[in-house]
Design a protein around this ligand. Structure first.
Ligand code: ATP
Ligand code: MG
Length: 147
């Protein structure tokens, strides 16, 4: 199975609830490696750029307002099949319907305030990780990646 990297965002609702540590504990318990980690607060421009794929959707303005409403935590995760593993830990988009045991089910609120983000494909991760992290901020060399 291929070693992958994925972008993890702990969204403003989860930072506000003081569950950054709980979310990272689940990441570590699953065996994913945290290669980079920082707190920041997104500008309007950064949030709009990050979610540009959704710019025509009716919820886009609300989503940008939510994502800029407070600090977030950003992490780069690595492991075998990391993209699917992180999304399995996250659970489905709508926290109201996400099963118990998933991060969104346990710690999110609704379809918008859903605690976490994860890249959805290797191509997405390859854009999302450098959107927030310089190569010097990531602890392992890119050469370690397969494929
Ligand atoms: P993310 O990209 O944040 O990991 P996702 O891939 O599960 O989430 P997307 O369809 O990419 O879901 O939606 C991006 C984000 O937009 C969601 O996580 C959620 O915060 C918000 N969102 C999605 N659909 C809706 C909706 N119908 N109403 C309000 N907000 C929504
Ligand atoms: Mg998405």
């Amino acid at each position: 199975m291929a070693v992958q990297r994925t972008l993890c965002i702990v969204k403003p609702d989860a930072v506000e609830k003081n569950v950054v540590g709980e979310i990272l504990r689940r990441v570590e318990t699953d065996g994913l490696e945290i290669l980079a980690l920082k707190m920041t607060r997104l500008t309007d421009q950064q949030a709009q750029g990050f979610y540009a794929v959704h710019r025509e959707r009716p919820f886009f303005k609300d989503l940008v307002a939510f994502m800029t409403s407070g600090p977030i935590a950003l992490a780069v995760l690595e492991g075998d099949d990391a993209i699917a593993r992180w999304r399995n830990l996250m659970g489905p988009t709508n926290s109201s319907e996400a099963p118990a045991g998933t991060i969104r089910g346990d710690l999110g609120t609704d379809i918008e305030r859903n605690a976490v983000h994860g890249s959805d494909a290797p191509e997405t991760a390859a854009v999302e990780i450098p959107y927030f992290f310089n190569a010097t901020e990531i602890t392992a060399p890119v050469e370690a990646l397969a494929g």
